[in-house]
Design a protein around this ligand. Structure first.
Ligand code: PLP
Length: 511
């Protein structure tokens, strides 16, 4: 493809992408396909001769689009959203054009410096405490990771290194000696990462990657599925009794199942109770709900992170208008990270890195090479402005409230399981026979209600008009609905509610 062919292909691709976005609301959200649909449509071997852009684009239309799950559809109300916006797509285009595996500052100074600046912008936009800024005296700063899972695993490795080092130095061993190394390796298997049973599975995976143990803190529907101080204390005390060393705690701001917020203040107070617990690395996973912090009315939550929190991550690519991947990680002391991950063979050395005056992001993440992802964040923040970003969050939270009110308005059919919030409503269909039950329990366990709710959920998704997800919390089967992508609108939320009511009535009639 030469430059003229690229120009016309790019124009055609942009027109096609625009057409795709225009058509998305009318497309079936979930493709009606069986696994393996694509292989028979694609030649077994790559083409020997060059093909034209027209041929390639035709196949995107006829073979790829029919196999897409349309995450941008306003009828997509499953999982959590994965946003994309026009300025973000432009950022991707430039990032591809400026391709460089920018592992050191020298490899592309603009890439490194823009990342530092834009991460400070994001920290300020979210109202994070100043300790997470790159300009802070405590050597804080932000870095873009591939995903929340990478961010959490990376923090666990940094936390493991920090804790093991402390333990071994406290025994009087000298760093760099064989005894030190041996003792470090002896300590590692006793370390435990802790999180609630509602924490995303990436925490357990992170512990696995860090080569440590994992213990979870139980949650209850009566406590809104939030991790509480007393339940954490039980797990910490059990670890102490078993001779294990808790070294990392994930607190979640917006759990995957129910968007619950762990009780930060209460938990931090528990961690102050013993010197060993004070040494635990505290990480906040705000992968989805963290986006709400751009709106002033939620920033009181970020104030909690000024003390007793070592790191914080959120995915702009979920709810904050930047496309995947844009997972931002902020750390209070970057030396904790670079001490764990800085391995510098001669071929990576250069005068700027040696002077220590530049940031080399390869020491802030697992991968060496990195894309110029700061561009798309910069483009989005400039194109929307903080006011545009706040407006998106407020509008979609408003849509969530409308949906929750609609569900509350049909108390004859539905029961809300956890406090609705951050656009998410979690509910179940009531067991008609149990309607007058006055047990007082929040969504008491009820196999009939579970069965009906599951049936309603499966029927709705099988019809493909909207796409929602279900889950089980504290033994109760529930449906979760979240409408927060850039195309979300009130009429789609009301339509989803009508579909849910209709389907519920249909299922109840069959009983
Ligand atoms: N943390 C929470 C709270 C999530 O909801 C998710 C995914 O939905 C993750 C972490 C993992 O995100 P990622 O796909 O960026 O690894």
């Amino acid at each position: 493809m030469d430059r003229n062919e690229f120009r016309s292909a790019a124009h055609a691709a942009i027109d096609d992408i625009l057409g795709y976005f225009d058509s998305v609301p009318d497309r079936r959200v979930l493709p009606a396909l069986e696994p393996g649909y694509l292989r028979p449509l694609i030649p077994e071997n790559p083409p020997t001769e060059p093909e034209t852009w027209e041929q390639i684009q035709e196949d995107v239309d006829t073979k790829i689009k029919p196999g897409l799950t349309h995450w941008q559809s306003p009828n997509f109300m499953a999982y959590y959203p994965a946003s994309v916006t026009y300025p973000s797509i432009l950022g991707e285009m430039y990032s591809a054009a400026f391709t460089a595996p920018a592992f050191n500052w020298l490899c592309s100074p603009a890439c490194t410096e823009m990342e530092t600046i834009v991460m400070d912008w994001v920290a300020k936009a979210l109202g994070l405490p100043a300790c997470f800024l790159s300009t802070s005296e405590n050597l804080g700063g932000g870095v873009i990771q591939n995903s929340a899972s990478d961010a959490i695993a990376t923090m666990m490795v940094a936390a493991r290194e920090r804790r093991v080092r402390e333990l071994v130095l406290a025994e009087g061993l000298e760093e760099g000696t064989t005894e030190y190394e041996e003792r470090k390796m002896d300590c590692q298997p006793r370390l435990v990462a802790i999180a609630s049973d509602q924490t995303h599975s990436s925490a357990a995976k992170g512990a696995l990657i860090a080569g440590t143990r994992f213990r979870s803190v139980s949650t209850r529907l009566e406590e809104n599925m939030e991790m509480t101080g007393p339940r954490l204390r039980e797990v910490l005390e059990k670890c102490d009794k078993d001779g294990l060393v808790p070294y990392h705690l994930t607190m979640t701001f917006g759990t995957t199942n129910t968007c619950s917020v762990d009780r930060f203040a209460e938990i931090k107070a528990v961690l102050q109770e013993k010197p060993a617990w004070q040494r635990i690395w505290v990480h906040i996973d705000a992968a989805y709900a963290g986006a709400s912090l751009v709106a002033d009315e939620w920033q009181y939550i970020a104030k909690e992170f000024a003390e007793g929190v070592d790191s914080f991550n959120m995915n702009m690519h979920k709810w904050l208008l930047v496309n995947f991947d844009a997972s931002v990680l902020f750390i209070r002391n970057r030396l904790d990270l670079t001490n764990a991950l800085d391995i510098t063979p001669t071929y990576l050395r250069n005068p700027y890195s040696d002077m220590g005056t530049v940031i080399d992001y390869r020491n802030w993440s697992i991968s060496l090479g990195r894309r110029f992802r700061a561009l798309k964040i910069w483009f989005v923040m400039r194109s929307y402005g903080l006011n545009g970003m706040k407006a998106h969050i407020r509008k979609t939270i408003g849509l969530g409230n409308i949906f929750a009110d609609l569900i509350r308005g049909r108390a004859d059919l539905f029961e809300i399981a956890t406090k609705p919030g951050f656009c998410l409503t979690v509910f179940r269909v009531k067991n008609p026979q149990a309607q007058n039950s006055d047990s007082g329990a929040v969504c008491a366990k009820d196999e009939v209600a579970d069965g009906i709710t599951k049936k309603v959920y499966e029927l709705i998704n099988s019809r493909g008009e909207i796409f929602i997800t279900s889950t089980v919390v504290d033994g109760v089967y529930v449906i979760r609905v979240v409408s927060a992508n850039p195309m979300a609108e009130e009429k789609y939320v009301r339509n989803a509610f009508d579909i849910i009511v209709r389907t519920t009535e249909e299922v109840l009639q069959q009983k």
